[in-house]
Design a protein around this ligand. Structure first.
Ligand SMILES: Cc1cc2nc3c(=O)[nH]c(=O)nc-3n(C[C@H](O)[C@H](O)[C@H](O)COP(=O)(O)O)c2cc1C
Length: 360
């Protein structure tokens, strides 16, 4: 099976093409959002993946939008992550850190009453989970030039910390309606300065962050995630500008020779005249490097995508929650357990480290 074949990714020889997707699990349940032993155990159980991509990890306090998500902006967090990466390395695995800023998908309760940051003051108009329960989102603050400069520094500092914490690389979370995606989309980016308007302007902040990260981490250890057909949440809507914008980003990414481009198919139902059907096939034409595919793949469809040359590896999200031994289950064609959605974002071991390996 192609899924079980080794593949080169930057300096790494992955033993298989089964990647663990970034999955927010909200277990950093301490005031400093510091990764803990329970998280180290959870990731250790999944170290058989060709590569683990960490849960979204906020690069600054301003980047927070969920309860108990870990960060990479303090010394304590860096030390906490070291426990996680050491556990993975002891098992022979590899792990990248997903660097995250939620932008408008947040609430003043996370920012001492101040507004969340975003390219423009467009309210995503969705419920936000706050420490006091769900509250409605607000109109964010349109970032100033200084806010943008500070955020670029925050990403660079987090990348430096990721290396110090023993991560094998970093993935920029540039998908799923969060800060970078809010800059890409003309429905959430209404700016008239050099960060808004044309495609080059709407992607300027992203490429600036990428280049700053590349000044401290070699390109072969940097990946980036895109979900071009994401629609309907976070005020991001597909429109006539969507496809040309993502084609521009993907084509330009070739120049940077990154470890990989991580591409998601939409994983929520999307209805729009601007939706393209086969996201991997479309972007495969434009990208020459390692293409990692994600979005509702199973053993058969993942294998078929690799056989058809649509991608170089398959990234599994929900399947990895309930199947810590997913590569072994794929190897032996064992059935997959289904995750309990009620424990996705709760504290504690239950539904986190309690899923067993397959037994006959
Ligand atoms: C519980 C949960 C948490 C997630 N957290 C993240 C995250 O932190 N960063 C991210 O880029 N995507 C996140 N996602 C999206 C997944 O990485 C993946 O793209 C999505 O689940 C579709 O893949 P799948 O069909 O294999 O599950 C999350 C999804 C789930 C179900």
């Amino acid at each position: 099976m192609k899924l079980l074949e080794p593949v080169r990714l930057g300096p790494f020889e992955l033993p298989n093409r089964i990647i663990m997707a970034p999955l927010t699990r909200c277990r950093a349940d301490n005031p400093g959002r510091v990764p803990n032993d329970l998280m180290a155990e959870y990731y250790r159980q999944r170290a058989g993946a060709g590569l683990i991509i960490s849960e979204g990890t906020v690069v600054s306090k301003k980047g927070i939008g969920y309860v108990n998500t870990p960060g990479l902006y303090s010394d304590e967090q860096t030390v906490g992550w070291k426990k996680v990466t050491s556990a993975i390395h002891a098992e022979g695995g590899r792990m990248f850190s997903q660097l995250w800023h939620v932008g408008s998908i947040s609430h003043p309760d996370y920012h001492e009453g101040e507004l969340p940051h975003a390219p423009s003051s467009v309210n995503p108009d969705i419920p936000i989970r706050t420490p006091e329960g769900r509250k409605h989102s607000v109109e964010p603050k349109a970032m100033t030039g200084n806010d943008i400069r500070q955020t670029i520094i925050d990403f660079k500092m987090a990348a430096i910390r990721a290396v110090a914490a023993g991560f094998d690389g970093v993935e920029i979370h540039s998908s799923n309606g969060y800060l970078f995606h809010q800059f890409f989309s003309s429905t959430t980016n209404r700016r008239s300065d050099k960060y808004g308007g044309s495609i080059a302007n709407r992607t300027r902040f992203y490429f600036k962050v990428l280049e700053e990260i590349l000044s401290v981490v070699p390109s072969v250890r940097v990946g980036t995630r895109l979900n071009p057909m994401y629609h309907g949440r976070a005020a991001i809507k597909l429109n006539e500008e969507t496809l040309p914008t993502f084609e521009y980003i993907v084509k330009r990414l070739n120049d940077y020779r990154l470890a990989y481009l991580h591409l998601s198919r939409p994983f929520f139902p999307v209805e729009s005249p601007w939706l393209i059907d086969n996201v991997p096939a479309h972007f495969r034409k434009h990208y020459q490097g390692h293409l990692m595919l994600n979005g509702e793949y199973n053993r058969e469809s993942g294998e078929a995508a690799l056989q058809n040359g649509l991608g170089d590896s398959i990234c599994f999200g929900r399947p990895f929650i309930a199947n810590p031994d997913l590569p072994e289950r794929i190897r032996n064609n064992h059935p997959w357990a289904t995750a309990d959605t009620t424990t996705y974002y709760r504290s504690g071991a239950e539904g986190y480290t309690t899923y067993p390996k397959y037994t006959e």
